[in-house]
Design a protein around this ligand. Structure first.
Ligand code: ADP
Ligand code: MG
Length: 350
């Protein structure tokens, strides 16, 4: 959801009382909400209860190393900019901290202006990133809501109309039983209406956000591929491990939607004859790939032509905390490779 209010909170982790009080006053005057702690242990405790977009910390704390705060933030997947305060001599440890995800560093002694500039920059970075995250999840959420609405409308309006047509045909058939050839023709038409009703019901179900978690990813995808291949003549092979386990209904639903979008693109743009879909688990990751043997494309055309398909795929992967790479070789095909974090201790059966 879109973050309505972003609170500019700073946590100062500093064992030197004078520095700590100085930072506290400086930041408070600038309008930040500030909390201070004097040890790493206190910092970790506070972070488990409260979110801070920006943390200022010394690398050498009395109980733990500042690095451990970075590991904690990473493990908890907290979206925080960490500013390291350091003495000149510890260049190696600063480089190490930056490698481990610290945002920036300030060398002692520093002026209040330098510190405030760095904090403002860090805060702005996190604020913008949070806003972007909020917007992408809002796009996905709105799309799902819209799908639900269309699903209901198709089911109610078209489904009902078809039922009436079917009943009317039955009545006509009974009434004109004696007219030569007519009952047979009506029966053919009724069978066609029946098929259309099934198709409408399938489309409506498929659009419903809870569909995939209800029938399970393998079955939902299998049914989708079957219809896709029938319609397009494109041969799709899919490879999944036995007894698929996902982390959440969101994870399997998103991977399903991604596959739908990728297959739509393949049908629309690629001219491919073959598609391979692979899903495997490796080192706490789901590795997922969709490859076609079509004409491929150059560069990064997504979004530029107003298309939202590939962007939507990226958004969903980002929402799942994963990575994506689209490789396309002209005249050889396109492969979308995705990695999504997977914690095997938290799975449920699909
Ligand atoms: N499998 C593919 N094979 C060839 N070109 C593709 C493939 N997938 C995507 N593209 C190219 O990328 C563009 C962007 O795709 P997308 O973001 O889904 O938008 P749209 O499908 O609405 O054009 C397409 O217009 C097409 O040129
Ligand atoms: Mg598309």
């Amino acid at each position: 959801m879109l973050q309505e209010s972003f609170i500019e909170k700073v946590l100062v982790v500093e064992d030197d009382r004078t520095v700590r009080d100085y930072l506290y006053d400086l930041l408070r005057i600038k309008g930040y909400k500030v909390k201070t702690v004097s040890s790493g242990g206190e910092a970790l405790h506070l972070l488990s209860e409260e979110y801070f977009p920006v943390i200022i910390t010394d690398l050498l704390l009395p109980d733990i190393l500042g690095i451990e705060i970075l590991s904690y933030l990473q493990k908890q997947d907290l979206h925080t900019a960490v500013l390291i305060i350091t003495a000149h001599k510890s260049v190696d440890s600063v480089i190490d901290a930056l490698r481990r995800g610290a945002y920036d560093y300030i060398t002692k002694p520093f002026t209040s202006q330098v510190l405030l500039n760095r904090v403002a920059r860090a805060m702005e970075k996190i604020r913008l990133e949070e806003m972007a995250r909020g917007l992408s999840s809002k796009i996905i959420y709105t799309t799902e809501e819209e799908r639900q609405r269309i699903s209901r409308e198709i089911h109610d309006a078209i489904g009902q109309a078809l039922t009436i047509i079917k009943l009317t045909l039955k009545a006509i058939k009974n009434k004109y039983e004696h007219v030569r050839d007519l009952p047979g023709e009506i029966e053919g038409l009724a069978a066609y209406v029946e098929e259309t009703m099934e198709e409408v019901s399938r489309i409506s179900k498929d659009l419903s956000p809870s569909y995939v978690s209800e029938v399970g990813f393998p079955k939902a995808l299998h049914l989708y591929i079957e219809t896709f291949s029938k319609k397009t003549g494109i041969h799709v092979r899919s490879f999944f491990p036995e007894g698929l386990f996902f982390q959440s209904p969101q994870q399997e639903t998103y991977l399903y939607r991604i596959t739908q979008e990728a297959l739509n693109n393949i049908a629309k743009h690629s001219g491919a004859t073959e598609v391979e879909i692979h899903l495997t688990f490796m080192n706490n990751q789901i590795l997922f790939s969709i490859a076609d043997n079509g004409k491929g494309f150059n560069g990064a055309p997504e979004g530029q032509k107003g298309g939202l398909g590939l962007l939507g795929i990226r958004e969903r992967i980002a929402a799942l905390g994963g990575n994506i790479c689209v490789e396309s070789v002209p005249n050889q095909g396109t492969t979308i490779r995705m990695e999504v974090p997977y914690d095997s201790t938290k799975s449920f059966k699909s």
